[in-house]
Design a protein around this ligand. Structure first.
Ligand code: HEM
Length: 245
């Protein structure tokens, strides 16, 4: 027999490792749709913005190709818009049912946390600040992307349907939207590549948006306040039921 021996300490560690749910399947689907539609929009928008590049000229070499690239951009835009509508409707439903957790709302504690993090990074403080479910960096990401998509969506639909929009808006709104759409696309792309990818994949490899879960060690290190709250909840409920830990 060629069975591998298992290190008992590894087995014990594996058995003890607890996983915490961070994102539900619905939230992961929403993120995947956002990621894929955003990527398609960027890849089909860039050749239109930088037409002088040789790759763009190859891609847009005939009127049919220009139309195709535009149609793909429009389809991805509709998918993204539907996802945003779904997201907002869900928020409203949860709000009406008084079930919206509010974890993503900015608070003064986020400003204090950002200040403490800066002091930590400048070696003026020994420990990192403790965070709850979402830290200030994650809230900045959510709200930055939220408002950027709003700008991209509003300006994008105005460029797409200029005749309809100028029935009730001044004509200058069309060139203004073109400028806003073109510029904001770069701001959003740079923000995602530098800020989001750095925090999620370089500072630490955080795959929770794909797996849905984080380990106990990660909870202790990156979401200490939430971890303490969850563990305290477990302790009090087991104390109430007389359950042994
Ligand atoms: C609901 C969202 C969006 C709508 C309705 C939309 C619509 C449009 C339209 C109508 C155009 C003009 C060319 C064309 O007809 O295809 C355009 C161009 C463009 N879009 Fe979008 N778009 C959206 C989101 C995005 C996003 C998320 C990005 C990238 C992050 C993006 C990047 C671009 C770029 C770079 C251009 C070229 C701008 C230029 O020529 O300077 N778009 N978009």
């Amino acid at each position: 027999m060629s069975g591998k021996r298992t290190n008992p300490s590894q087995t014990a560690r594996f058995a003890q490792e607890r996983l915490f749910l961070r994102f539900t399947l619905r939230q992961r689907w929403e993120h995947a749709i956002l990621l894929l539609s955003g990527l398609v929009l960027l890849l089909t928008g860039l050749p239109q913005k930088y037409r002088e590049f040789s790759l763009s000229q190859d891609l847009l070499s005939t009127p049919d190709r220009v139309n195709l690239i535009r149609q793909i951009h429009h389809i991805a835009a509709i998918i993204l818009a539907l996802e945003v509508v779904y997201h907002i409707v869900r928020i409203i439903v949860l709000l009406v049912r008084r079930k919206l957790p509010g974890d993503l709302l900015p608070t003064w504690q986020d400003v204090r946390d950002a200040g403490q993090m800066l002091r930590y990074l400048l070696f003026l403080r020994k420990d990192k600040p403790k965070f709850g479910r979402y830290n200030f960096e994650q809230k900045v990401t959510y709200w930055f992307v939220f408002f950027s998509i709003a700008i991209m969506g509003i300006s994008g639909f105005i460029i797409w349907f200029p005749v309809q929009f100028t029935q009730f808006l001044p004509g200058g709104v069309v060139p203004a939207s073109k400028l806003a759409h073109s510029t904001e696309s770069m701001v959003l792309a740079i923000f995602i590549i530098i800020w989001h990818v750095y925090h999620v994949h370089i500072e630490r490899m955080n795959l929770s948006m794909f797996t849905g879960r984080v380990s106990e060690d990660e909870m202790r290190e990156f979401h200490a306040k939430e971890y303490d709250r969850l563990v305290a909840g477990e302790t009090s409920s087991s104390a109430q039921t007389g359950e042994e830990k």
